[in-house]
Design a protein around this ligand. Sequence first.
Ligand SMILES: Cc1ncc(COP(=O)(O)O)c(C=O)c1O
Length: 395
Amino acid sequence: MERDPNAFLREEYEKLKEKNLNWNLRVLEGPSAPRTVVDGKPVIMLCSNNYLNLSNHPKIIEASIEATRRLGAGSGSVRPIAGNMGLHMEVERELARFKRSESALVYQTGFATNAGLIPQLADKGDIIISDELNHGSIIDGVRLSRADKAIYAHQNMGQLEDQLREADKKGYRRILVITDGVFSMDGDVAQADTIVKLCKEVGAMTYFDDAHGEGVLGPHGEGISAHYGIEGEIDVEVGTFSKAYGVVGGLVAGSQDLVNYAYNTSRTWLLSGSHPPGVAAAQLEAIRVLSREPEHHKRLWDNTNYFKKELQSLGFDTGDSVTPITPVMCGESKMAKDLSDGLYKNGVFALPIVFPMVAQGKARIRTIMNAGLTKDDLDEAISAFEKVGKSIGLI
Ligand SMILES: Cc1ncc(COP(=O)(O)O)c(C=O)c1O
């Protein structure tokens, strides 16, 4: 048989282009800052995950530079062999202290955490129960497990309860319930208190991926368990340093038993190089800044409340969001693309989220607030929303 081993690459890419599902990468010409330059145009940034603007914090930058000078550009190995520096251990101690958990563990990324840990927590003879809107990295982690799977409708606690009862009756060895903490497309928050209660009734393990809640929810950004006042009750709290902490890296907080088990079994942790010293030092300083400088967290929420209220009073539909992720619902994909294009022309960078990332008819602009934006910046962005929203007939 004659076979061209590479032909599919272009064919598949062309198909994506035809369906308008390919990514045209934009270039950030400067730091990820509240005001920056994208593809040559100065813009107000409304779609970065750098919620607290910590990636530009002088103390965090300095800590990273100092560690790089002192300890080098790379760590030299995976952590279980020769790449476990004192700095990596210090980050985990500081993180456990901040999150008031018994222990903590840092992975290379949030994605690597879900892909590496989930398959180790549930195997043949077990069941994983997931919210239908969980993040793609959770979905991939679940796919890597040999456990049975069940999915409940988004935030439907009645359905979760039924599935838990059913799983209990069927006598599964372990039941693992996984949900995002803050849902990244809608900005709503998982009902952690109810989920924990339901899971306790049947002895199910709870796993919250709080990537968008770390640094955002709770009195100082400690995350979802602090938000609900249920610290220590979620079995596995996962998060990331790549969003509000302004750096990169995945994290897990929970019991010492969890951490011992996780790092001895997760292949993504065991078989992938550890963070360079500059990254670990930035993570450490970011945790310290979060605990010592509450003003960033406060500004994020003040900005969020103002922006949401103003958008709503203009007549925009901001969905079920209660967090700094504020979707502006548009309905059809074209409306969302037109709104995004118009905003960009008016100096606001906020990208459309369209099918298949969200259901048909649920296209939106997803905005993410930043603590570094001033009231003038926000007013300018709101005026752009008003102008473009009216011109395309959305409001
Ligand atoms: C819920 C959730 N989990 C995990 C991730 C991945 O995190 P990281 O960037 O650290 O790989 C994201 C990022 O988009 C996310 O939203």
